[in-house]
Design a protein around this ligand. Structure first.
Ligand code: ATP
Ligand code: MG
Length: 319
């Protein structure tokens, strides 16, 4: 399958008081049209930095030291600010964790959607077009919703509106960074349901960042597992969930129902702490927490390809 968006050998760091924090190290990924990629890993492993790079919305202070993000062949990270703005929203759109941050509190939903759509294509800013999009994401009374202010909606409804806003321009790529994390369990289930429905009607690529194993299992075709700024394992969801090869993935998926919180389906905490990203070792960053670590793990880690579409960054995963 041809990739619609691809991340190629991307390395990004932040300047912090303690030095240079290496948030992403040599990350490569690609997503094809119609495909849903999940990105999972513990807090601080670089998921949001990767998502932000994919829509070229990196925070100030982020430095791209190597690599590219190609959208239909164009390196987005090296476009003029004008071209970046044009592509953002139209070609790549983003749904954030907290839908409140996506809205201006003093403007109605209708006005904000119209401004956003009108900036790209005035025809799409017509109230009927906006209401139709709100209907598509399950807003019960779309006309009335257009006249409301963000604080008048529940968190779940706001997230639906945020998803509608992202879909307005029919982007090629939809990126959702923890789209359900700020919601309660019932609303979370509803948004997962909505995203699953959208899968069948949206013909672009979807990238979902999540801590939630259930979201990956229900929505994604492929999954990338991140640790300390690297993709340590990647593959089709079924194959990776049934046969995880990286000790970190195995620890995350230690799928004893007693370990995964049954109410939320969230990832268990695993022993030890993530490393200091300003002073990473030359070898495997997971070794200090890994029950299978050997002396070789102190040297640079090779990437193995244990099966179709699978890759794993681990000394112990070789043939
Ligand atoms: P979470 O699950 O908590 O959202 P994450 O996997 O999304 O975490 P990132 O937010 O990408 O992780 O952060 C990766 C690393 O970069 C972390 O160590 C974080 O503290 C650091 N970081 C992120 N944004 C900045 C910033 N603007 N300035 C400095 N450091 C940052
Ligand atoms: Mg994040």
């Amino acid at each position: 399958m041809t990739a619609i968006i691809s991340v190629e050998n991307l390395s990004i760091s932040y300047r912090v008081p303690g030095g240079n924090l290496r948030a992403l190290r040599d990350v490569s990924l690609s997503v094809a049209r119609g495909e849903v990629l999940g990105i999972m890993g513990e807090s601080g492993c670089g998921k949001s930095t990767l998502a932000a790079a994919m829509i070229n919305l990196l925070p100030t202070g982020a430095r791209i030291s190597a690599g590219a993000v190609r959208l239909a062949g164009t390196d987005m990270l090296r476009l003029s600010p004008e071209d970046q703005r044009r592509l953002r929203g139209r070609s790549v759109a983003m749904v954030f964790q907290d839908p409140m941050t996506a809205f201006n509190p003093v403007l109605t939903i209708g006005r904000q959607l119209a401004d956003f759509a009108g900036a790209h294509d005035p025809a799409r800013a017509a109230p009927a077009a906006l209401a139709a999009m709100l209907g598509r994401v399950g807003i019960p009374d779309p006309q009335r919703c257009l006249d409301r202010y963000p604080h008048e909606l529940s968190g779940g409804m706001r997230q639906r509106v945020a998803i509608a806003a992202a879909l307005l321009m029919q982007p090629d790529v939809l990126i959702a960074d923890e789209p359900t994390t700020a919601l309660d369990v019932t609303m979370e289930a509803q948004i997962i349901h909505l995203l699953r429905d959208l899968r069948s009607s949206f013909d672009g690529a979807i990238v979902i960042v999540t801590h939630h194993l259930g979201v990956i299992a229900e929505l994604c075709d492929r999954v990338a597992v991140m640790y300390a700024g690297q993709v340590v394992e990647e593959g089709p969801v079924d194959s990776l969930f049934h046969d995880p090869r990286h000790p970190y993935t195995r620890a995350l998926l230690a799928c004893d129902p007693a370990v995964v919180d049954p109410a939320s389906g969230r990832l268990p905490a695993i022993g030890g702490r993530i490393p200091d990203l300003t002073a990473l070792p030359e070898g495997c960053a997971f070794a200090p927490r890994c029950g299978m670590a050997q002396p070789a793990c102190a040297s640079p880690v090779p990437r193995h390809h244990p099966g179709p579409g699978r890759s794993v960054l681990c000394h112990g995963a070789g043939p």
